[in-house]
Design a protein around this ligand. Structure first.
Ligand SMILES: *Cc1c(COP(=O)(O)O)cnc(C)c1O
Length: 469
């Protein structure tokens, strides 16, 4: 009769395992400590399994050494690959918040890396040989593109709103329409940011309607600003009224109160020219007279995560002097990526091609169909038994921008033959380079809008491995 203590004796020893040929190759690639720790961990798991084994199962228990070695190799490779890694976005959501929002352009790779891997002029003025400002690198180009007097950049738009309110309205009142008390994914809520900034929220109007008179009635001794928030991720339809920015500006001028606009996505190009829904552009807000405008760097702008503040010099100067700015400041990688991205905007045609977010949003359905056909052709060569075809569908802008926009697109649809849709979806998601697809009506959808052509071969390799077995 085999007993548990006999099984314990059969567990391979750490030293023996480490001498195995398959494992010794790992030492060339990975740190020794990680391999040894993993071997110990896997052995400990077997010990646990044996301890929990029921009496009747002892006799048939086997330690499969090949399986154990395979497991160790897999775990070492897992531990040694980056946790934060690229994925293939087949969801068709262009600004996918969970998948990293905007993609940076290949065109700026060198500029960004050059600053990252070398000393730089981050806070050094080469003209005078004295200390410079990190904000100076992007201020001129931002002002030029937006038509503003001044500009600065912080970590993200949430930080931008916090800084603006904290600088202009600390311990004072800010008037906001009840229809604009937004919550943006990841817990950005206007009333809460307002509270953190030290400003007091003064709500006016109702959820669906706010009039100029509502703002005017609320203005008093304590009023420090009028705030307009772009309701980027929802639309109030039907019996509604919002006060135009220009009317808020007139009111602000009458009472000498600044008007702040959180424009959210902040596009610099009027995308309605390319068939998308009209979103307010930053230039329009500045031209209409907003004193301060804030927006994200990594939504429709298509740059790195950043919060951009543009507007009148007297307000921006005060923000630069606010001690909070130091806590919210951007790093050199962000600045390099932002400056390089903004430079692409100097030529609009160039921007539409080279900035991935803009390219993916403005690419024609015919072009997407071409991509889908090319991918389908490659898949055809795999001779799979699964039902695979091209489907018409819609992609989304994402990132809380243009929530109602449905962009016509083409997708590869797969009905797996040997496995369930959920099984295939999971296997795709757990790959070294995860492929994130959508499931709809018992098929897997791969939207070709957000898949790059250079990713086709990775997808083919995944299909070959997952669908064939
Ligand atoms: C997205 C958004 C924010 C938050 O911007 P982050 O860059 O994610 O911090 C704030 N306000 C509006 C209106 C937004 O759309």
């Amino acid at each position: 009769m085999l007993q548990k203590k006999d099984l314990f004796c059969m567990i391979p020893k750490v030293d023996e395992l480490l001498k195995d040929d398959k494992l010794s190759i790992l030492f060339e690639k990975y740190p020794r400590t990680i391999i040894v720790d993993t071997v110990r961990l896997c052995i400990e798991q077997i010990r646990q399994e044996i301890m929990e084994l029921q009496e009747g199962k002892i006799e048939s228990y086997k330690i499969d050494e090949d399986q154990l070695i395979h497991q160790i190799i897999q775990q070492v490779e897992n531990v040694c690959t980056m946790n934060l890694k690229r994925v293939i976005n087949a969801t068709g959501v262009v600004i996918h918040t969970n998948l990293g929002r905007a993609l940076l352009s290949e065109a700026i790779k060198e500029a960004v890396w050059d600053t990252a891997a070398n000393y730089s002029t981050l806070e050094f003025n080469t003209e005078t040989g004295t200390r410079g400002s990190r904000y100076a690198h992007v201020e001129d180009i931002l002002s030029k593109l937006c038509g503003s007097e001044a500009a600065m950049v912080v970590n993200n738009n949430a930080a931008a709103v916090l800084l603006v309110l904290g600088t202009i309205a600390k311990n004072k009142e800010v008037i906001v329409s009840r229809g604009q008390l937004v919550e943006i994914g990841g817990s950005f809520r206007i009333p809460e940011v307002m509270e953190q900034s030290g400003a007091k929220l003064k709500e006016v109007g109702t959820t669906n309607k706010t009039h100029v008179a509502d703002y005017e009635k609320a203005i008093g001794e304590e009023t420090a600003a009028l705030l307009k928030v772009h309701t980027s991720n929802y639309k109030i339809l039907g019996f509604t009224q919002e006060v135009a920015l220009s009317d808020m500006v007139l009111l602000g001028e009458k009472y000498n109160i600044p008007v702040i606009e959180d424009i959210g996505s902040g596009t610099l190009i009027d995308l309605s020219k390319y068939g998308l829904t009209k979103e307010p552009t930053v230039q329009e807000s500045i031209a209409e007279g907003a004193d301060v405008v804030t927006f994200s760097g990594d939504k429709l702008l298509g740059g790195p995560q950043a919060g951009i503040i543009v507007g009148k010099k007297k307000y921006i100067d005060r923000m630069k002097r606010n001690p909070l700015t130091r806590a919210l400041r951007v790093d050199k990688l962000t600045l390099a990526a932002l400056e390089a991205t903004l430079r692409l905007y100097l030529d609009e045609k160039d921007a539409l091609i080279k900035i991935p977010t803009l390219h993916m949003l403005t690419i024609s359905p015919t072009e997407i169909e071409g991509k889908a056909k090319a991918l389908l052709k490659k898949i055809g060569k795999l001779n799979l038994d699964d039902e695979i075809k091209i489907l018409k569908g819609v992609s989304q802008v994402g990132g809380g921008a243009m929530p109602l926009e449905e962009l016509p697109s083409y997708m590869i649809a797969i009905k797996p033959f040997k496995k369930s849709v959920n099984q295939v979806e999971t296997e795709l998601r757990k790959r070294k380079i995860p492929i994130i697809a959508r499931i709809s009506e018992d098929q897997l959808l791969f939207d070709c809008r957000t898949i790059k052509e250079e990713e086709f071969d990775m997808i083919i390799e995944a299909f070959a491995e997952i669908l064939r077995t």
